[in-house]
Design a protein around this ligand. Structure first.
Ligand SMILES: Cc1cc2nc3c(=O)[nH]c(=O)nc-3n(C[C@H](O)[C@H](O)[C@H](O)COP(=O)(O)OP(=O)(O)OC[C@H]3O[C@@H](n4cnc5c(N)ncnc54)[C@H](O)[C@@H]3O)c2cc1C
Length: 808
């Protein structure tokens, strides 16, 4: 074994081998994979080997498509068979709501280049003969489904990597990992030590143990998972003989089941409700190629559904039940990327669908390590989407919930209950008493809307029980004054004598003067957006930044990686050590004036001003800015004072008819102002010109800010895309996000968000289209629940196009 390597990859499952292959293919060949046993000694060896392209997140779906396209290449490169059978498959819907969901999947597939087609239940049964079509209302055909040999694929990655110069050391167990003072990593094994610049944790079932070696508690948990294999079935033999083809895959969403042919019989896997975690706290090192005891009682309810939906199963025997563990992150997507605070330590774990996702994970991680960027929008897999709130108990609750609903529909207005409430702010009870319906962002409870007694969300793809109540919240803001809880923003304090120079280099905007705020895009080297913030100059070398709450860890990782080493700049994420309230609407100033002795007149405290002031008895930091696009104020307050500030504002607001508003109303308000939001309109694949944020970029400023050259090039060449706002000719259902945008009968773009702009009384959407058609107004259509609806570009905001209200 070599004593030094550029990269040590820990774990020889499908994920580690894919990472090794991709690093070598990308040109890093001084790389070694350490496996404690034979390759495939974790969950990989007993996988059912199914693969498919669909995923709830379109960017993960793209990487799944890439993974499937890769198998031919690694087979040719390695000479190792992967056993790929691209059979195609059907995704079955037993309810209309499920079919609505599948229609959305098809729409997404159109701009992702995934060939999907809605078919009837009868047509599905013609393609997959075991289906009882009476049990289903429709289906989607996917030509890119299939299955493979898990061990063959893993060895093909490893052999291809070796051919490119990478090394694989089997029977080499990593026992400890220690960071040296010079930043290199000592990877200590039972066979000696390797010193490496980078370490990748691809430990699969032992990812937690490997993480703990560097003080990291990763939010992953293994679940027991069962699939059965039947005896040979005459129906299978007949079909194979008659058509000369295998029986295609089927996913039965309502039964939480998947099926495929296995030799002369069938394989059926279940995601049962009565699921069971495996080795909740630590994974035994002596576990390897064993299987777990099958428990047919646990999966019996699922099998009952399966046997009804696929009646031929009733006449066959079960040859074998496989029960094996594999790991999940709380939301079921992988954990990939660099770990904040541990330079050179990377993770590629929590991969629950290694044969659909392993290739994409390897590609993204190798790009990230070599180029400094994953090369794709992988937010849905980024390890930074979790913070230290994702504790072991939280992970346990969430993974169990996620497993039990693996194939369940999540309606756009549905909030999942497990692991909640976890983080709450001091006004939580007061807002609950007013009917707050809670959602969650980065572990924190956030009010979505306020329901009168007896009214609750009815889960639906269409307008629902909240519609009229959200409309009232919107009206409260536009007609008078509204108050919302905004603690879910990320908040950062930057201090030190080097702070201004550092911010000037990190952010693309012009820095504001003391007492002023500005909108602040942040770019990567390639000129794409990596953040959009509000930046406040508090004075005396103190700066305050507010940004997307879900991206706190993501942004702190970026900020810290770029801090000067001389200690001249300090940045801290304030988390819930600073909470927030916002007031907005034409009467907001008059109301604010009642609770503070500060002069908040337009002359003394104009648009984009920031100042410390007391609200009632509570000391606050107040910025005159509002995401509602109205006259408004963001009020930042220490949690111990939040209640007092809230009570003072509500009491003062009484005479102005103050109303509470939640994030659904905020969405309706910001959409009619054409305001984008991070993780929707603003993501690391769009440039500022494309995203319409170029007006906040100080192209001419002296500081050589990150991404400046690329941003200048984008401005010169015009980029590829443009963000546009649309009015949609929709009736009972509104756009959510990720729908296809058609133009002149061809899919040309995708929706980033949408909804109903209650104040303007219009269904609206925002999305990206190629710049070549971005100046067109008509000819667009947005696909919604399988139907195309005419959409018209709305260039000027529907509300207050001259920005008079916010400046008044
Ligand atoms: C019953 C079942 C059915 C499944 N069906 C499918 C399916 O149809 N399709 C699909 O895509 N996925 C399926 N999966 C999931 C799939 O198996 C996993 O997604 C995949 O195996 C994860 O691979 P991995 O490389 O991350 O982890 P693992 O396979 O667990 O590999 C981790 C490796 O790291 C090694 N290791 C750990 N710690 C150390 C250390 N300290 N030193 C050295 N080596 C170490 C281990 O020995 C192991 O070989 C199934 C899983 C099960 C259990």
């Amino acid at each position: 074994m070599k004593s030094h390597a550029k990269v040590v990859v820990i774990g020889g499952g499908v994920v580690g081998c894919s990472v090794l292959f991709h690093l070598a293919r990308h040109g890093w060949t001084d790389v070694v994979l350490l496996e404690r046993d034979e390759l495939t000694s974790g969950s990989t060896w007993h996988a059912a080997g199914g693969m498919h392209t669909i995923n709830g997140d379109p960017n993960v779906a793209k990487l799944q498509k890439y993974t499937i396209s890769l198998y031919k290449e690694i087979e040719e490169l390695s000479g190792q068979a992967t056993g790929v059978h691209l059979t195609g498959g059907v995704l079955l819907a037993a309810t209309e709501a499920r079919l609505d969901w599948l229609r959305g999947v098809v729409s997404k597939g159109r701009y992702l280049g995934i060939d999907l087609e809605v078919i009837s239940a009868k047509e599905a049964a013609e393609l997959m003969p075991l289906i009882d079509p009476r049990q289903f209302v429709g289906a989607v055909r996917n030509k890119e489904d299939g299955h493979l040999d898990p061990s063959g694929v893993t060895h093909a990655y490893a052999k291809a990597a070796r051919k490119l110069g990478a090394e694989v050391e089997r029977f080499t167990k990593v026992e400890d990992i220690v960071r040296r003072p010079d930043g290199l990593w000592r990877v200590i094994t039972n066979k000696g030590e390797v010193v490496a610049e980078h370490v990748v944790n691809a430990g699969g079932l032992w990812a937690r143990e490997v993480g703990r070696m560097v003080g990291l508690e990763l939010p992953v948990l293994a679940m027991e998972h069962m699939y059965l294999i039947t005896e040979d079935m005459p129906e299978v033999a007949d079909w194979n003989k008659k058509t000369g083809t295998e029986i295609i895959h089927a996913v039965d969403f309502d039964g939480e089941l998947y099926l495929r042919q296995e030799r002369g019989g069938m394989l059926m896997g279940t995601y049962e409700k009565a699921n069971k975690p495996w080795s909740e706290f630590s994974t035994p090192w002596n576990f390897g190629h064993e299987l777990l005891e099958p428990d047919i009682d646990r999966i019996a309810p699922s099998l009952e559904v399966g046997f009804r939906h696929f009646p031929a199963f009733q006449n066959t025997g079960i040859k074998q039940i496989i029960n094996g563990p594999f790991t999940f992150a709380p939301d079921g997507n992988p954990l990939v990327g660099p770990v904040r605070g541990l330079p050179g330590f990377w993770v590629a774990c929590g991969v629950m669908a290694g044969f659909s996702q392993g290739g994409g994970v390897g590609l993204a991680l190798s790009n990230w390590m070599i180029e400094g960027d994953p090369g794709a929008d992988i937010w849905a897999m980024d390890v930074a989407r979790y913070g230290d709130w994702a504790t072991m108990a939280y992970t346990n609750a969430k993974v169990r919930e996620n497993y039990s609903r693996r194939f369940s529909i999540r309606f756009p207005n549905e909030e999942l209950p497990a692991g909640r409430p976890l983080k709450t702010t001091p006004v939580y009870d007061a807002l609950s008493a007013k009917g707050a319906q809670w959602g969650v962002a980065y572990g924190l409870e956030v009010p979505l809307w306020y329901a009168p007694e007896g009214v609750r969300d009815e889960f639906s793809w269409r307008r629902s029980s909240d519609f009229d109540h959200v409309a009232k919240e919107v009206a409260a803001v536009r007609d008078g004054v509204g108050l919302s809880e905004i603690s879910s923003f990320a908040k950062y304090r930057v201090t030190g004598q080097g702070a201004a120079a550092w911010l000037d280099q990190m952010l693309a905007c012009k820095l504001p003067k003391p007492g002023r705020l500005t909108l602040a895009p942040m770019l990567k080297e390639d000129g794409k957006l990596i953040g959009d913030f509000t930046l406040a100059n508090i004075g005396d070398e103190e700066w305050f930044i507010a940004g997307s709450g879900v991206a706190e860890q993501y942004h702190m990782r970026w900020f810290e990686a770029h801090l000067p080493k001389d200690g001249s700049v300090r940045i801290e994420a304030l988390g819930q050590r600073l909470t927030g309230l916002a007031i907005a609407g034409p009467k907001a100033r008059e109301m604010l004036a009642k609770v503070t002795r500060a002069d908040v007149s337009n002359a003394a405290f104009p648009f984009m001003a920031v100042a410390r002031m007391d609200i009632g008895m509570a000391p606050c930091l107040v910025g005159r800015v509002s995401y509602t696009g109205d006259l408004g104020y963001e009020i930042w307050v220490a949690p111990e004072y939040q209640r007092a500030a809230y009570q003072a504002l509500m009491a003062a607001g009484e005479e102005f008819g103050i109303g509470l508003f939640g994030s659904r109303a905020l969405n309706a308000l910001r959409l009619e102002k054409n305001y984008g939001s991070w993780a929707r309109e603003y993501r690391p694949i769009y440039g500022p010109l494309e995203a319409g944020l170029d007006r906040f970029v100080a192209y001419g400023k002296e500081a050589d800010f990150i991404g400046k050259q690329a941003a200048l090039a984008e401005r010169m060449h015009g980029g590829k895309l443009r963000l546009r706002a649309f009015i949609v000719d929709a009736d009972d259902a509104d756009v959510i996000g990720d729908e296809a945008i058609w133009h002149d009968g061809v899919v040309r773009g995708w929706v980033t968000s949408g909804g109903y702009a209650h104040n303007s009384r219009k269904p609206v959407a925002m999305g990206y289209v190629p710049k070549e058609i971005a100046d067109e107004v008509d000819g667009f259509e947005i696909e919604l629940l399988g139907k195309r609806h005419a959409a018209r570009v709305q260039a000027a905001p529907l509300f207050d196009a001259n920005f008079e209200r916010m400046r008044a």
